[in-house]
Design a protein around this ligand. Sequence first.
Ligand SMILES: [Zn+2]
Length: 487
Amino acid sequence: MKLRLIIFITVILTITGCSHLGWKSDAGLENTRKTEILYNKFIEGNSPNVAQLNLFFSRMPKGGDIHHHYSGSIYAEDYLTWVEDAGYLIDKNTLQIVKPGAAADKTSCITVKQLRNNPLLYSKLLSLWSTRDYKNYCHEQQPPDINFFSTFMYFGPISKYNYKEGLKIIRNQAVAENVSYIETMLSAVGYTLQDDSFDAGIRKAVGEESFCRLFDELSAKIKQDGEFYQKTEGFTGKINEAHKNIDDERFMMRYQTYAHRNGTPSAVFSALYAAFLADEKSPLLVGVNLIGYEHGLTALAEYHLHMQMIAYLKKIFPDVNVALHAGELALGMVPPKDLQFHITEALNIAGARRIGHGVDLPYEVDSLELLQQIKEKAAIEINFTSNEFILGIKDNEHPYLIYSAYDVPLVISTDDSGVSRNNLSNEYVLLAQRYKPGYKTVKRYVYNSITYSFLSASEKELLTRNLDARFEKFEAEMAKYCDRLLK
Ligand SMILES: [Zn+2]
């Protein structure tokens, strides 16, 4: 009788996918073991088998991609289709988008069809609209960080043209590579209030009290501005509309909104205020972020001020989640003093629950204490391709080694896969190839991408169960592959 009961429970747990709770059938355990053997085989030696790792990680369930920028994740080829659909043109000298009628020199404009018929020009456009082939050229080039961030200027005029289509493209790509959730930084709300007297006052302010007094004053002006509510409502309405038919049993998408960190203080504050309000109003918005060059002159000079702004707004909107790009910096890119406090303040002043990049960790003032604090309060979003390109940091220079040794919660993400022309599977390939973590650790990162997402507890539970089932299927498949390869 007892044995029957055990069998019954095992069957139920297998069906409902409770393997993450440690319940697994013998066949399931054997499949996990063989998958691990296979993975270890692919990463062994000085030259890991990248082709096999590409196959392995393309098929592996990857949970969520939670450091993801909407406009930077769409490939230039898709943007060109939109340029064509909108009837826009391309300036063949600058390779920028031109709206018909806006061209100063009409003879320099060509259609997308003409561009596609000119392989040299087409290839040049792809290189400017992304980081493609950057390393293969030795002609005069922009510095990599400028190249990376400039790409947004090229496709910017069209990126908001069709959110509905853009989200569909991102969704389909995710489903094709076994990604079940994306938390994308979609857009700023589009509201700012420029206030010169606030800007002059806040730049001279010292201490939290004076910051708060000035924030109170500007908040009062923002709340009296009809545009503030109108734009916020318009923004959340646009998301509702674009989001239709995105979620299903295979996939879920949620959104972050943000402010640009290189604006005037009043522009940053008012944009953040609108971001927090929108986030509070819309169930589809799950977090607020700051974007733009962290090493921009304004971003550096006003970093502490920005953290104070978020701390202030968190008091008004305590339920809004904050993730922040922090420590996306390298020695030499900025003076040493700017490497010492960005992650610390994002965590301890702004209350960020996820840190994007976190690359400057070794230089933060009290890095060891900070590691412990991150471990207790947040997760780090690791973006290998982006860090290598923008910061020139990879392999043993990357603080992944420190975070993983300290057991800080990590998630693997893409940042801007359209600009970098990569995908999430490739980020896992880089992880395995460079650092060779065990299969269990890889799986932990996958589950972290749901655990540390900004979804509700019930949504996390649902996606975790879904991941269990996907891993069961994946490991059964890999076990068969293992039998075939290693017989
Ligand atoms: Zn980013």
